[in-house]
Design a protein around this ligand. Structure first.
Ligand code: LLP
Length: 463
Protein backbone atom coordinates (compact mmCIF):
# COMPACT_ATOMS: atom_id res chain seq x y z
CA UNK A 1 0.00 0.00 0.00
CA UNK A 2 1.40 3.41 -0.88
CA UNK A 3 1.94 6.03 1.80
CA UNK A 4 -1.11 7.94 0.72
CA UNK A 5 -3.38 4.90 0.53
CA UNK A 6 -4.60 5.42 4.06
CA UNK A 7 -6.69 2.52 5.35
CA UNK A 8 -9.49 4.93 6.23
CA UNK A 9 -10.75 4.40 2.70
CA UNK A 10 -9.89 5.30 -0.83
CA UNK A 11 -12.44 8.11 -1.13
CA UNK A 12 -11.09 10.08 1.79
CA UNK A 13 -7.50 9.14 1.15
CA UNK A 14 -7.89 10.75 -2.26
CA UNK A 15 -6.52 7.63 -3.85
CA UNK A 16 -8.18 8.08 -7.17
CA UNK A 17 -7.92 5.72 -10.07
CA UNK A 18 -5.90 7.18 -12.91
CA UNK A 19 -8.15 9.32 -15.04
CA UNK A 20 -10.72 9.86 -12.29
CA UNK A 21 -13.33 12.37 -13.25
CA UNK A 22 -17.05 12.51 -13.04
CA UNK A 23 -17.87 13.43 -16.63
CA UNK A 24 -18.29 16.89 -18.06
CA UNK A 25 -20.63 19.27 -16.23
CA UNK A 26 -23.82 20.16 -18.04
CA UNK A 27 -22.88 23.83 -18.15
CA UNK A 28 -19.18 24.72 -18.26
CA UNK A 29 -19.96 28.37 -17.62
CA UNK A 30 -21.85 27.72 -14.38
CA UNK A 31 -20.19 28.55 -11.06
CA UNK A 32 -21.14 26.14 -8.30
CA UNK A 33 -21.72 28.22 -5.15
CA UNK A 34 -20.44 25.30 -3.09
CA UNK A 35 -16.88 25.89 -4.23
CA UNK A 36 -16.82 29.60 -5.08
CA UNK A 37 -16.71 32.49 -2.62
CA UNK A 38 -20.06 34.10 -1.87
CA UNK A 39 -19.79 37.22 -4.02
CA UNK A 40 -18.39 35.43 -7.07
CA UNK A 41 -20.71 35.73 -10.05
CA UNK A 42 -20.62 36.20 -13.84
CA UNK A 43 -21.30 39.71 -15.06
CA UNK A 44 -23.57 40.27 -18.04
CA UNK A 45 -20.58 40.24 -20.40
CA UNK A 46 -19.62 36.78 -19.13
CA UNK A 47 -16.56 37.76 -17.11
CA UNK A 48 -16.43 36.44 -13.58
CA UNK A 49 -16.35 39.01 -10.79
CA UNK A 50 -15.71 38.94 -7.06
CA UNK A 51 -16.70 41.64 -4.60
CA UNK A 52 -18.09 43.59 -7.56
CA UNK A 53 -14.85 43.68 -9.61
CA UNK A 54 -14.28 41.60 -12.71
CA UNK A 55 -11.27 39.34 -12.96
CA UNK A 56 -9.94 40.97 -16.14
CA UNK A 57 -9.61 44.25 -14.25
CA UNK A 58 -8.12 42.43 -11.27
CA UNK A 59 -5.58 40.66 -13.50
CA UNK A 60 -4.66 43.96 -15.16
CA UNK A 61 -4.11 45.69 -11.86
CA UNK A 62 -2.53 42.93 -9.77
CA UNK A 63 -1.14 40.48 -12.33
CA UNK A 64 -1.33 36.71 -12.28
CA UNK A 65 -1.01 34.34 -10.60
CA UNK A 66 -2.74 35.92 -7.64
CA UNK A 67 -5.04 34.88 -4.82
CA UNK A 68 -8.24 36.91 -4.46
CA UNK A 69 -10.00 36.71 -1.13
CA UNK A 70 -13.62 37.74 -0.68
CA UNK A 71 -13.58 39.75 2.53
CA UNK A 72 -17.35 39.73 3.01
CA UNK A 73 -17.37 35.95 2.69
CA UNK A 74 -14.49 35.55 5.14
CA UNK A 75 -16.25 37.71 7.69
CA UNK A 76 -19.56 35.93 7.14
CA UNK A 77 -17.99 32.51 7.68
CA UNK A 78 -16.10 33.68 10.77
CA UNK A 79 -19.34 35.13 12.14
CA UNK A 80 -21.27 31.96 11.34
CA UNK A 81 -18.84 29.93 13.47
CA UNK A 82 -18.97 32.49 16.25
CA UNK A 83 -22.77 32.59 16.25
CA UNK A 84 -23.13 28.82 15.98
CA UNK A 85 -21.00 28.20 19.07
CA UNK A 86 -22.41 31.14 21.03
CA UNK A 87 -21.18 32.90 24.13
CA UNK A 88 -20.40 29.75 26.08
CA UNK A 89 -17.74 28.59 23.65
CA UNK A 90 -14.68 29.98 21.91
CA UNK A 91 -13.74 29.82 18.26
CA UNK A 92 -10.02 29.94 17.57
CA UNK A 93 -9.24 30.47 13.88
CA UNK A 94 -6.26 28.27 12.94
CA UNK A 95 -3.77 30.75 11.53
CA UNK A 96 -1.76 28.08 9.71
CA UNK A 97 -4.50 27.93 7.05
CA UNK A 98 -3.75 31.53 6.07
CA UNK A 99 -2.57 34.40 8.20
CA UNK A 100 -1.97 38.05 7.45
CA UNK A 101 -2.47 41.19 9.46
CA UNK A 102 -5.66 42.11 7.62
CA UNK A 103 -7.09 38.68 8.42
CA UNK A 104 -6.14 39.09 12.08
CA UNK A 105 -8.04 42.39 12.17
CA UNK A 106 -11.12 40.81 10.55
CA UNK A 107 -11.03 38.00 13.10
CA UNK A 108 -10.65 40.42 15.98
CA UNK A 109 -13.58 42.49 14.75
CA UNK A 110 -15.74 39.39 14.29
CA UNK A 111 -15.03 38.21 17.85
CA UNK A 112 -12.86 35.18 17.08
CA UNK A 113 -9.72 34.05 18.84
CA UNK A 114 -6.59 32.83 17.12
CA UNK A 115 -4.53 29.66 17.17
CA UNK A 116 -0.87 30.12 16.23
CA UNK A 117 1.85 27.50 15.97
CA UNK A 118 5.08 29.43 15.51
CA UNK A 119 6.86 32.58 16.60
CA UNK A 120 6.17 34.01 13.13
CA UNK A 121 2.42 33.51 13.44
CA UNK A 122 2.48 34.92 16.98
CA UNK A 123 4.31 38.04 15.84
CA UNK A 124 1.88 38.55 12.96
CA UNK A 125 -1.09 38.18 15.31
CA UNK A 126 0.26 40.55 17.94
CA UNK A 127 1.43 43.12 15.43
CA UNK A 128 -2.11 43.34 14.04
CA UNK A 129 -3.56 43.95 17.48
CA UNK A 130 -4.98 40.56 18.45
CA UNK A 131 -5.05 40.67 22.27
CA UNK A 132 -2.55 38.12 23.57
CA UNK A 133 -5.07 36.54 25.89
CA UNK A 134 -7.14 35.54 22.85
CA UNK A 135 -4.23 33.61 21.35
CA UNK A 136 -3.51 29.89 21.79
CA UNK A 137 0.00 28.65 21.06
CA UNK A 138 0.40 25.18 19.51
CA UNK A 139 3.15 22.98 18.14
CA UNK A 140 4.93 19.73 18.85
CA UNK A 141 8.37 21.29 19.22
CA UNK A 142 8.10 24.89 20.31
CA UNK A 143 11.50 26.46 20.82
CA UNK A 144 12.60 27.97 24.11
CA UNK A 145 12.49 31.39 22.42
CA UNK A 146 8.94 30.81 21.20
CA UNK A 147 7.77 29.66 24.63
CA UNK A 148 9.48 32.60 26.33
CA UNK A 149 7.93 35.07 23.89
CA UNK A 150 4.48 33.51 24.21
CA UNK A 151 4.55 33.60 28.00
CA UNK A 152 6.04 37.07 28.29
CA UNK A 153 3.50 38.48 25.88
CA UNK A 154 0.73 36.83 27.91
CA UNK A 155 -0.86 34.36 25.48
CA UNK A 156 -4.15 32.96 26.70
CA UNK A 157 -3.03 29.37 26.55
CA UNK A 158 -0.19 27.14 25.50
CA UNK A 159 -1.16 23.69 24.29
CA UNK A 160 1.37 21.24 25.72
CA UNK A 161 2.36 18.47 23.36
CA UNK A 162 4.96 16.33 25.18
CA UNK A 163 6.38 15.48 28.59
CA UNK A 164 9.47 17.57 27.90
CA UNK A 165 7.31 20.54 27.07
CA UNK A 166 5.35 20.28 30.33
CA UNK A 167 8.58 20.81 32.23
CA UNK A 168 9.98 23.34 29.77
CA UNK A 169 6.93 25.61 29.83
CA UNK A 170 6.59 25.33 33.62
CA UNK A 171 10.24 26.23 34.08
CA UNK A 172 10.14 29.23 31.73
CA UNK A 173 6.90 30.50 33.25
CA UNK A 174 8.33 30.26 36.75
CA UNK A 175 11.53 31.99 35.76
CA UNK A 176 9.40 34.83 34.36
CA UNK A 177 7.43 34.92 37.59
CA UNK A 178 4.25 33.79 35.80
CA UNK A 179 1.72 30.99 35.97
CA UNK A 180 0.84 29.99 32.40
CA UNK A 181 -2.59 28.73 31.43
CA UNK A 182 -2.13 25.47 29.53
CA UNK A 183 -4.04 22.63 27.93
CA UNK A 184 -2.66 19.16 27.30
CA UNK A 185 -3.04 17.82 23.78
CA UNK A 186 -4.04 14.19 23.81
CA UNK A 187 -4.21 11.68 20.99
CA UNK A 188 -7.54 10.01 21.37
CA UNK A 189 -6.85 7.05 19.06
CA UNK A 190 -9.33 7.99 16.36
CA UNK A 191 -8.63 7.06 12.75
CA UNK A 192 -9.85 10.19 11.01
CA UNK A 193 -10.98 9.54 7.48
CA UNK A 194 -8.59 11.79 5.65
CA UNK A 195 -5.19 11.72 4.00
CA UNK A 196 -2.50 10.10 6.16
CA UNK A 197 -0.41 13.28 6.31
CA UNK A 198 -3.24 15.32 7.79
CA UNK A 199 -4.68 12.74 10.22
CA UNK A 200 -3.41 13.45 13.71
CA UNK A 201 -5.17 11.44 16.39
CA UNK A 202 -4.20 7.85 15.64
CA UNK A 203 -1.36 6.59 17.80
CA UNK A 204 1.55 6.37 15.35
CA UNK A 205 2.30 10.04 14.65
CA UNK A 206 4.16 12.92 16.22
CA UNK A 207 1.42 14.98 17.91
CA UNK A 208 0.05 14.89 21.41
CA UNK A 209 0.20 12.49 24.33
CA UNK A 210 -1.55 9.11 24.11
CA UNK A 211 -4.79 8.54 25.99
CA UNK A 212 -5.05 4.79 25.68
CA UNK A 213 -1.79 3.84 27.42
CA UNK A 214 -2.29 6.11 30.43
CA UNK A 215 0.31 8.63 29.24
CA UNK A 216 -2.21 11.46 29.15
CA UNK A 217 -3.26 10.79 32.75
CA UNK A 218 0.41 10.86 33.73
CA UNK A 219 0.89 14.16 31.86
CA UNK A 220 -2.04 15.62 33.82
CA UNK A 221 -0.47 14.45 37.09
CA UNK A 222 2.79 16.16 36.23
CA UNK A 223 1.19 19.37 34.99
CA UNK A 224 -0.98 19.70 38.09
CA UNK A 225 2.10 19.37 40.28
CA UNK A 226 3.99 22.27 38.69
CA UNK A 227 3.67 25.81 40.03
CA UNK A 228 4.38 27.46 36.69
CA UNK A 229 1.31 25.88 35.08
CA UNK A 230 -2.40 26.39 35.44
CA UNK A 231 -3.96 23.40 33.73
CA UNK A 232 -7.25 24.60 32.25
CA UNK A 233 -8.19 21.76 29.97
CA UNK A 234 -7.63 18.97 27.48
CA UNK A 235 -7.11 19.43 23.76
CA UNK A 236 -7.78 17.06 20.88
CA UNK A 237 -7.35 17.63 17.15
CA UNK A 238 -8.08 14.56 15.06
CA UNK A 239 -7.07 15.71 11.59
CA UNK A 240 -8.04 17.89 8.69
CA UNK A 241 -10.51 17.91 5.74
CA UNK A 242 -12.88 15.58 7.59
CA UNK A 243 -16.55 15.23 6.62
CA UNK A 244 -17.68 12.54 9.00
CA UNK A 245 -18.67 13.85 12.46
CA UNK A 246 -18.24 10.40 14.01
CA UNK A 247 -14.53 10.96 14.66
CA UNK A 248 -15.25 14.17 16.59
CA UNK A 249 -17.91 12.41 18.64
CA UNK A 250 -15.55 9.62 19.66
CA UNK A 251 -12.87 12.18 20.46
CA UNK A 252 -15.28 14.24 22.59
CA UNK A 253 -16.41 11.15 24.44
CA UNK A 254 -12.85 10.10 25.24
CA UNK A 255 -11.81 13.57 26.33
CA UNK A 256 -14.81 13.83 28.68
CA UNK A 257 -13.93 10.39 30.09
CA UNK A 258 -10.46 11.71 30.86
CA UNK A 259 -11.99 14.76 32.60
CA UNK A 260 -13.99 12.39 34.80
CA UNK A 261 -10.87 10.37 35.63
CA UNK A 262 -9.03 13.58 36.51
CA UNK A 263 -11.89 14.61 38.79
CA UNK A 264 -11.85 11.19 40.47
CA UNK A 265 -8.09 11.15 40.96
CA UNK A 266 -7.32 14.79 41.73
CA UNK A 267 -10.64 16.26 42.81
CA UNK A 268 -10.45 18.96 40.12
CA UNK A 269 -12.86 19.52 37.27
CA UNK A 270 -10.93 21.05 34.39
CA UNK A 271 -13.03 23.90 33.00
CA UNK A 272 -12.28 23.62 29.26
CA UNK A 273 -11.99 21.22 26.37
CA UNK A 274 -10.78 22.03 22.88
CA UNK A 275 -11.90 19.77 20.06
CA UNK A 276 -9.56 21.21 17.45
CA UNK A 277 -10.28 21.99 13.83
CA UNK A 278 -10.44 19.81 10.77
CA UNK A 279 -13.88 20.29 9.24
CA UNK A 280 -13.83 19.63 5.53
CA UNK A 281 -14.83 22.03 2.77
CA UNK A 282 -16.04 21.50 -0.80
CA UNK A 283 -13.18 21.50 -3.28
CA UNK A 284 -15.39 20.04 -5.99
CA UNK A 285 -19.15 19.83 -6.45
CA UNK A 286 -19.13 16.29 -5.08
CA UNK A 287 -18.02 17.32 -1.57
CA UNK A 288 -20.74 17.91 1.00
CA UNK A 289 -19.49 19.74 4.08
CA UNK A 290 -21.54 20.40 7.23
CA UNK A 291 -22.54 23.88 8.27
CA UNK A 292 -21.08 25.44 11.44
CA UNK A 293 -24.45 25.31 13.23
CA UNK A 294 -24.75 21.57 12.54
CA UNK A 295 -21.22 21.01 13.83
CA UNK A 296 -21.84 23.13 16.95
CA UNK A 297 -25.08 21.29 17.67
CA UNK A 298 -23.47 17.86 17.30
CA UNK A 299 -20.46 18.74 19.48
CA UNK A 300 -22.51 20.48 22.17
CA UNK A 301 -24.93 17.58 22.38
CA UNK A 302 -22.28 14.93 22.73
CA UNK A 303 -20.27 16.87 25.32
CA UNK A 304 -23.38 17.73 27.35
CA UNK A 305 -24.63 14.16 27.24
CA UNK A 306 -21.29 12.64 28.23
CA UNK A 307 -20.82 15.16 31.03
CA UNK A 308 -24.27 14.47 32.42
CA UNK A 309 -23.54 10.76 32.39
CA UNK A 310 -20.24 11.34 34.21
CA UNK A 311 -21.82 13.92 36.58
CA UNK A 312 -19.38 16.57 35.43
CA UNK A 313 -20.02 20.25 34.98
CA UNK A 314 -20.09 20.86 31.21
CA UNK A 315 -16.75 22.42 30.31
CA UNK A 316 -16.38 25.43 28.06
CA UNK A 317 -15.82 24.11 24.54
CA UNK A 318 -13.44 25.59 22.02
CA UNK A 319 -12.86 24.70 18.39
CA UNK A 320 -10.15 25.64 15.91
CA UNK A 321 -11.45 25.81 12.35
CA UNK A 322 -8.95 27.05 9.78
CA UNK A 323 -9.83 25.65 6.37
CA UNK A 324 -13.59 25.83 6.99
CA UNK A 325 -13.38 29.60 7.45
CA UNK A 326 -10.81 30.74 4.90
CA UNK A 327 -10.74 27.87 2.38
CA UNK A 328 -13.83 28.69 0.34
CA UNK A 329 -13.29 32.46 0.45
CA UNK A 330 -10.48 32.69 -2.10
CA UNK A 331 -9.56 31.58 -5.60
CA UNK A 332 -6.31 31.60 -7.51
CA UNK A 333 -6.34 33.43 -10.83
CA UNK A 334 -3.97 32.18 -13.52
CA UNK A 335 -3.28 33.07 -17.13
CA UNK A 336 -3.15 30.22 -19.61
CA UNK A 337 0.27 30.05 -21.26
CA UNK A 338 0.47 26.91 -23.38
CA UNK A 339 -2.01 24.23 -24.38
CA UNK A 340 -0.80 20.77 -25.35
CA UNK A 341 -3.34 18.18 -26.54
CA UNK A 342 -2.15 14.60 -26.06
CA UNK A 343 -4.07 12.41 -28.45
CA UNK A 344 -6.49 10.03 -26.76
CA UNK A 345 -5.38 11.13 -23.29
CA UNK A 346 -6.06 14.66 -22.17
CA UNK A 347 -5.01 18.22 -22.85
CA UNK A 348 -2.30 19.79 -20.72
CA UNK A 349 -3.02 23.42 -19.91
CA UNK A 350 -0.02 25.24 -18.46
CA UNK A 351 -0.54 28.25 -16.24
CA UNK A 352 1.82 30.89 -14.90
CA UNK A 353 1.96 29.40 -11.36
CA UNK A 354 1.83 25.83 -10.11
CA UNK A 355 3.10 23.79 -7.21
CA UNK A 356 4.78 26.88 -5.73
CA UNK A 357 1.37 28.48 -5.09
CA UNK A 358 -0.62 25.27 -4.54
CA UNK A 359 1.33 22.26 -3.30
CA UNK A 360 -1.78 20.44 -2.12
CA UNK A 361 -2.42 18.51 -5.33
CA UNK A 362 1.13 17.16 -5.41
CA UNK A 363 1.34 16.57 -1.66
CA UNK A 364 -2.07 15.10 -0.83
CA UNK A 365 -3.52 14.18 -4.23
CA UNK A 366 -6.01 16.93 -3.46
CA UNK A 367 -8.81 17.53 -5.94
CA UNK A 368 -9.73 20.97 -7.23
CA UNK A 369 -12.03 22.33 -9.86
CA UNK A 370 -11.29 25.06 -12.40
CA UNK A 371 -13.24 27.44 -14.62
CA UNK A 372 -12.63 29.74 -17.54
CA UNK A 373 -13.34 33.15 -15.98
CA UNK A 374 -12.38 35.82 -18.52
CA UNK A 375 -15.28 34.96 -20.87
CA UNK A 376 -18.05 32.45 -21.43
CA UNK A 377 -17.73 29.78 -24.06
CA UNK A 378 -20.21 27.57 -25.86
CA UNK A 379 -17.47 25.20 -27.07
CA UNK A 380 -17.49 21.49 -26.26
CA UNK A 381 -15.92 20.40 -22.98
CA UNK A 382 -12.38 19.02 -23.17
CA UNK A 383 -10.70 16.96 -20.49
CA UNK A 384 -7.72 18.89 -19.18
CA UNK A 385 -4.98 18.64 -16.63
CA UNK A 386 -3.99 22.07 -15.36
CA UNK A 387 -0.26 22.13 -14.70
CA UNK A 388 2.20 24.74 -13.54
CA UNK A 389 5.45 26.05 -14.94
CA UNK A 390 7.80 24.23 -12.58
CA UNK A 391 10.48 21.76 -13.53
CA UNK A 392 8.81 18.50 -12.63
CA UNK A 393 5.95 16.46 -13.97
CA UNK A 394 4.24 16.28 -10.56
CA UNK A 395 3.61 20.00 -10.84
CA UNK A 396 -0.15 19.57 -11.17
CA UNK A 397 -2.72 22.12 -10.03
CA UNK A 398 -5.91 20.34 -11.10
CA UNK A 399 -5.54 16.70 -12.00
CA UNK A 400 -8.68 16.21 -14.08
CA UNK A 401 -11.22 18.82 -15.05
CA UNK A 402 -13.18 20.05 -18.02
CA UNK A 403 -12.62 23.35 -19.77
CA UNK A 404 -14.06 24.56 -23.07
CA UNK A 405 -12.28 23.22 -26.16
CA UNK A 406 -11.71 26.73 -27.52
CA UNK A 407 -9.48 27.63 -24.54
CA UNK A 408 -6.60 29.76 -25.76
CA UNK A 409 -3.36 31.22 -24.44
CA UNK A 410 -4.13 34.48 -22.66
CA UNK A 411 -7.44 33.24 -21.24
CA UNK A 412 -7.83 33.59 -17.50
CA UNK A 413 -8.77 30.52 -15.52
CA UNK A 414 -9.41 30.32 -11.79
CA UNK A 415 -9.17 27.55 -9.22
CA UNK A 416 -11.67 28.02 -6.38
CA UNK A 417 -11.34 27.07 -2.70
CA UNK A 418 -7.66 27.96 -2.47
CA UNK A 419 -7.96 30.15 0.63
CA UNK A 420 -6.51 27.55 3.00
CA UNK A 421 -3.04 26.01 2.91
CA UNK A 422 -2.12 27.45 -0.49
CA UNK A 423 -0.48 30.84 0.16
CA UNK A 424 0.51 29.60 3.62
CA UNK A 425 2.35 26.62 2.07
CA UNK A 426 3.65 28.49 -0.98
CA UNK A 427 7.31 28.13 -1.85
CA UNK A 428 9.98 29.74 -3.95
CA UNK A 429 10.69 26.55 -5.89
CA UNK A 430 12.50 27.44 -9.12
CA UNK A 431 12.79 30.91 -7.58
CA UNK A 432 9.14 31.51 -8.24
CA UNK A 433 7.86 34.75 -6.76
CA UNK A 434 5.07 34.00 -4.33
CA UNK A 435 1.80 35.55 -5.53
CA UNK A 436 0.00 38.37 -3.76
CA UNK A 437 -3.18 38.04 -1.77
CA UNK A 438 -5.70 40.67 -2.75
CA UNK A 439 -8.78 41.33 -0.63
CA UNK A 440 -11.86 42.35 -2.57
CA UNK A 441 -14.81 43.99 -0.87
CA UNK A 442 -17.69 46.10 -2.16
CA UNK A 443 -16.04 47.17 -5.38
CA UNK A 444 -12.65 47.80 -3.83
CA UNK A 445 -9.56 45.65 -4.08
CA UNK A 446 -6.46 45.98 -1.95
CA UNK A 447 -3.29 43.98 -1.63
CA UNK A 448 -3.01 42.44 1.84
CA UNK A 449 0.12 40.40 1.08
CA UNK A 450 2.14 41.81 -1.79
CA UNK A 451 3.72 39.82 -4.60
CA UNK A 452 7.31 38.82 -3.99
CA UNK A 453 9.88 40.51 -6.18
CA UNK A 454 13.24 39.43 -7.48
CA UNK A 455 14.73 41.95 -5.04
CA UNK A 456 13.09 39.97 -2.22
CA UNK A 457 14.88 36.85 -3.47
CA UNK A 458 18.21 38.61 -3.77
CA UNK A 459 17.86 40.23 -0.36
CA UNK A 460 17.92 36.81 1.28
CA UNK A 461 20.78 35.57 -0.88
CA UNK A 462 23.71 37.30 0.76
CA UNK A 463 26.16 36.29 -1.94
N1 LLP B 1 -5.93 22.90 15.29
C1 LLP B 1 -4.78 22.23 15.22
C2 LLP B 1 -4.11 21.83 16.45
C3 LLP B 1 -4.23 21.89 13.97
O1 LLP B 1 -3.11 21.20 13.91
C4 LLP B 1 -4.90 22.28 12.79
C5 LLP B 1 -4.37 21.95 11.48
C6 LLP B 1 -6.09 23.02 12.92
C7 LLP B 1 -6.59 23.30 14.19
C8 LLP B 1 -6.86 23.51 11.74
O2 LLP B 1 -7.32 22.50 10.91
P1 LLP B 1 -8.34 22.86 9.73
O3 LLP B 1 -9.63 23.29 10.35
O4 LLP B 1 -7.73 23.95 8.93
O5 LLP B 1 -8.45 21.59 8.97
N2 LLP B 1 -1.65 21.41 5.13
C9 LLP B 1 -2.78 20.50 5.22
C10 LLP B 1 -3.55 20.72 6.49
C11 LLP B 1 -2.69 20.61 7.72
C12 LLP B 1 -3.49 20.90 8.95
C13 LLP B 1 -2.61 21.04 10.12
N3 LLP B 1 -3.28 21.34 11.32
C14 LLP B 1 -3.66 20.68 4.00
O6 LLP B 1 -3.33 21.47 3.14
O7 LLP B 1 -4.68 19.99 3.87
Amino acid sequence: MSRSAHPAGPRHADVLPEGHYTGPPTDLNALDSKVWAQTVTRTTDGVVSVGGIDVKKLAEEFGTPAYFIDEADFRARARAWRTAFGEDADVFYAGKAFLSRAVVRWLHEEGLNLDVCSGGELTTALSAGMPADRIAFHGNNKSTEEITEAISRGVGRIVLDSFQEIVRVAHIAESLGKRQRVQIRVTVGVEAHTHEFIATAHEDQKFGIGLADGQAAEAVRRALALNGLELIGIHSHIGSQIFDMAGFEVAARRVVKLLAEIRDEHGVELPEIDLGGGLGIAYTSEDDPSEPHEIAKALNEIVTRECEAAKLRTPRISVEPGRAIVGPTAFTLYEVGTIKPLDGLRTYVSVDGGMSDNIRTALYDAEYSVALVSRVSEAEPMLVRVVGKHCESGDIVVRDAFLPADLAPGDLIAVPATGAYCRSMASNYNHALRPPVVAVHDGEARVIVRRETEEDLLRLDVG
